[in-house]
Write a protein of this length. Structure first.
Lengths: 295, 538
């Protein structure tokens, strides 16, 4: 191990953190400028945003490269491994809370805001004075509010593509688990097969999701601007889709690392971290399928 | 690249890097990063404080005096954002960074590079936030609570939202690091129920941070999409509700209030036993009280919204849940007093600030109880009574605890004693002027003066003038603090012993003063009588 027994690995100086802080700043600074640019005018914000985003990708590449090298050099003992595991678990918990905010918005809009606008409850006067012809309901007839923001729309039928996507994601959780078991017994061919399948399933999910979005925009007139229904629908599924994208990329990188022989039976934190993350996006999807699509 | 950073136990020759940039920008050392946090916090304290001076100058006399109303609104908004996210929270993270590894016998934080990233995000986040003041349209002026639709006016929304995102990322990473450090890096024998109360308070605070900062991120993301992408989360015409924002915001905001006070509880629980020369009274009760307060913080958020027209059941639930918090808080105040009872007390500067904390925080707690009563709150809501309340808990609470902790550990950090005389001068000036500043605001609020308004009825003139005088002098008194700290760091000749205070217990006092660049590279052997809470009977 190159270290004394029981010693914790404390890395020496590293420039990655400050590089990360700089590129994050450049990214959001560019994004803020771009958002404030008058419509139709060229904005240097877009360029700055692109530079920042590329910087973030390079930063991740460089930072992870140095971490992987340390890992392969055996710097990480079991105590360090535990720190990484705790870090990942609490990070996923923070993600759960982030989605919680949007689920909370969905429940509030459905259970309170829309019915109140339709005149339910005591002392709710907006219905009486502003929109007295609004009959509150969720979904196609009323989910975009009393002013019909975004125009009439139709909702996505849950038992078509969304059901298929549910089955795809659930299968991908199974395949990643099979790969994990194969890793524990050191069966590399089997890991590569099932991890590869997981990546493909993730990519298929994303393809169908993109297809569904295009259909929603073109045929159903369901857009991000379709009142609070469209807002919650696209923000929830959109953030979930971003997480699936990230998860798929991470799985693909893990596939490459498995192929290069980076993991051993009892030293494969990165694999497990990504697997946890994948299960997390799976569980979020189940919540979405239930509360956004079916109910 | 596999650097072997852990050498021999007695190895002192690999100290701090000589190169300034390498040492401070590329650090993985919890002490240096802690110092960075503390220096940044002090800087933000003065920037936020200067905004407060503008507010008090404008309110010195009725009528518009110095600044335009929009600028006044920018000042109230920025004062809060800078003080909360720039001064108080980074100060606690800095103290945690410095002291948690020393208190639990760990060589460093669990994830040292992420630790550095957590810090370095902050200067950029505040550069982004403060830059809005110089934008053509001006900075955010809708209050730090960012209630839509008011907060969606102007061009600074995106800057504000992204700055909040960055601060949130920083806080979450810092909190993850603290949890991993406390749960994974304790020296053998440092059982959970032998940890210093400060460490416990940070463990629970870190959990709160990870639970609620993402919720704030979600809330401001919805603001961003409502403003720029046409969503209707907070737009009633589209089926949304501005009150929805308030619910999400305060689901973050109330635990956030405790994020800013629980570490202060921990600090005071370290300082009072030292100068009373008695172990803390009711150690376990103190720990469980912090945990109870943290739990309750999740089910009281709507007490910030009593006046928006909540259903009656909501008003009643949130009123009673809020009043429940007085129980564990009362336990803590009782235990601090009981720790002092019969102790051999001395009154060095840290102890003076800690005692002032107990008394003045309790006043803030009582005014909080008054505000918790829904029917009474209809009168107090959005008045200076609220301003007085939260400044008693945040200035004489959180800030006083941070100042007390700075005096308490400064000799450990620098190896030199600060000037006790000037420390006491700082204390007496602070404690007198802070009361002149905030106590009259109770009366103003009860008489109906609204907050966040640059002008007021002449009936409020006298108390406002008194309050402003207190404000200017309290602000000026903090320059004494900077003087004392700078003198201690750079000029003080008086060497500090390892155990700086006679009655101090805990692992941090077993290492030399100043604490060497690397400490506890191998886990220390812990003797229970070294610990402040070593003899816990189960």
């Amino acid at each position: 191990m190159g270290q004394q027994q029981g010693a914790y690995f404390v890395p020496t100086k590293s420039s990655w953190p400050i590089v990360a802080a700089v590129v994050m700043f450049v990214t959001v600074f560019g994004a803020a400028h771009w958002l404030n640019a008058p419509p139709g005018e060229a904005s240097f914000g877009k360029t700055v945003l692109t530079v920042g985003f590329v910087g973030i990708l390079l930063m991740f590449f460089g930072w992870f490269r140095s971490v992987i090298r340390e890992s392969l050099a055996g710097s990480y003992n079991s105590q360090v491994d535990r720190s990484f595991r705790m870090g990942m678990m609490w990070f996923i918990f923070s993600e759960v809370m982030f989605f919680g905010a949007f689920f909370g918005a969905l429940f509030y809009a459905r259970m309170f805001a829309v019915p109140w606008l339709g005149g339910e409850g005591h002392g709710v006067l907006t219905h009486q004075f502003l929109w007295n012809d609004y009959a509150a309901s969720w979904g196609a007839s009323g989910g975009n509010g009393p002013a019909r923001v975004g125009g009439d729309f139709q909702t996505v039928a849950p038992w078509g593509l969304p059901l298929l996507n549910t089955l795809i994601l659930l299968s991908s959780s199974v395949t990643v688990t099979i790969a994990h078991h194969a890793l524990k017994v050191g069966h590399r061919g089997k890991i590569l097969l099932f991890l590869g399948l997981t990546v493909l399933l993730g990519a298929t999910f994303l393809y169908f999701q993109a297809h569904e979005y295009m259909e929603a925009y073109k045929e159903l007139n369901l857009t991000l601007q379709s009142g609070v229904y469209g807002s919650t629908f696209f923000m929830l599924t959109g953030f979930h889709g971003m997480h699936v994208t990230l998860g798929t990329i991470m799985l693909a990188i893990i596939w490459l690392r498995v192929a290069k022989g980076h993991f051993t039976k009892d030293h494969h934190f990165a694999f497990e971290a990504v697997a946890w993350y994948w299960h997390f996006v799976d569980v979020v999807w189940l919540g979405l399928f239930m509360f956004v699509y079916i109910l | 690249m596999a650097h072997d950073a852990t050498h021999d136990h007695h190895d002192d020759h690999h100290g701090a890097p000589k190169n300034f940039f390498v040492r401070w920008c590329m650090s993985t050392n919890h002490k240096d990063i802690g110092t960075l946090y503390l220096v940044f916090s002090l800087l933000m304290f003065f920037i936020g404080g200067s905004f407060a001076m503008v507010i008090r100058a404008e309110l010195f006399k009725p009528g518009l005096q110095l600044v335009q109303p929009y600028f006044f609104n920018e000042m109230t908004t920025m004062h809060a954002l800078v003080m909360i996210f720039g001064a108080v929270m980074p100060a606690f993270v800095g103290l945690g960074n410095w002291m948690i590894p020393l208190m639990i016998g760990a060589p460093d934080m669990a994830l040292p590079r992420m630790n550095n990233l957590s810090f370095w995000i902050l200067p950029f986040a505040f550069a982004l936030l403060l830059s809005t003041l110089f934008l053509p349209g001006g900075g955010p002026a809708g209050g730090w609570t960012m209630y839509p639709p008011l907060s969606l006016q102007g061009d600074s929304v995106a800057y504000l939202v992204f700055a909040v995102h960055l601060m949130g990322i920083s806080s979450i990473m810092g909190a993850i690091n603290i949890i991993a450090t406390i749960l994974n890096m304790r020296a053998p024998g440092m059982d959970l129920l032998k940890m210093p109360v400060f460490v416990w308070s940070w463990l629970i605070t870190a959990f709160l941070l990870i639970a609620v900062m993402p919720v704030l991120a979600g809330a401001v993301t919805m603001l961003l999409t409502d403003k720029y992408f046409g969503t209707s989360f907070f737009n009633a015409a589209g089926g949304g509700d501005p009150v929805l924002f308030q619910h999400i915001f305060w689901f973050f905001g109330h635990p956030e209030v405790y994020i800013m006070i629980l570490p202060a509880f921990g600090l005071v629980s370290e300082i009072i036993p030292t100068f009373a020369r008695k172990p803390i009274f009711g150690y376990k009760a103190m720990v469980f009280a912090i945990a109870s307060i943290a739990f309750l913080s999740f089910i009281v958020w709507a007490h910030h919204m009593f006046a928006v027209g909540l259903p009656l059941g909501g008003e009643i639930f949130f009123m009673y849940a809020t009043m429940l918090i007085a129980v564990p808080t009362g336990v803590k105040v009782f235990n601090w007093v009981s720790t002092m009872w019969g102790g051999s007390m001395t009154f060095e500067t840290p102890m003076l600030f800690a005692i002032a904390f107990v008394i003045l925080f309790t006043i803030g707690g009582f005014s909080g109880l008054m505000l918790a009563l829904a029917p009474a709150d209809f009168q107090y809501h959005d008045t200076y009574f609220v301003v007085a309340h939260f400044h008693y808990v945040l200035v004489t609470g959180a800030i006083f605890a941070i100042i007390a902790a700075t005096y308490y550990w400064l000799p450990k950090w620098t190896g030199h004693m600060y000037s006790e005389t000037w420390g006491k001068i700082h204390f007496w000036n602070s404690v007198i002027w802070v009361n002149v500043l905030f106590f009259p605001q109770h009366f103003l609020g009860l008489a109906g003066m609204p907050r966040r308004i640059p002008d007021y009825n002449v009936a409020f003139a006298n108390f406002n003038m008194i309050s402003s005088i207190g404000g200017f002098l309290f602000g000026a008194s903090q320059l004494i603090f900077v003087g004392v700290v700078l003198h201690c760091v750079f000029f003080s000749k008086k060497k500090a012993p390892d155990r700086v205070w006679e009655g101090a217990k805990g692992l941090e006092w077993t290492v030399p003063s100043p604490a060497p660049y690397h400490t506890f590279e191998l886990p220390p052997v812990i003797h229970d009588d070294e610990l402040a809470h070593g003899h816990i009977e189960d």
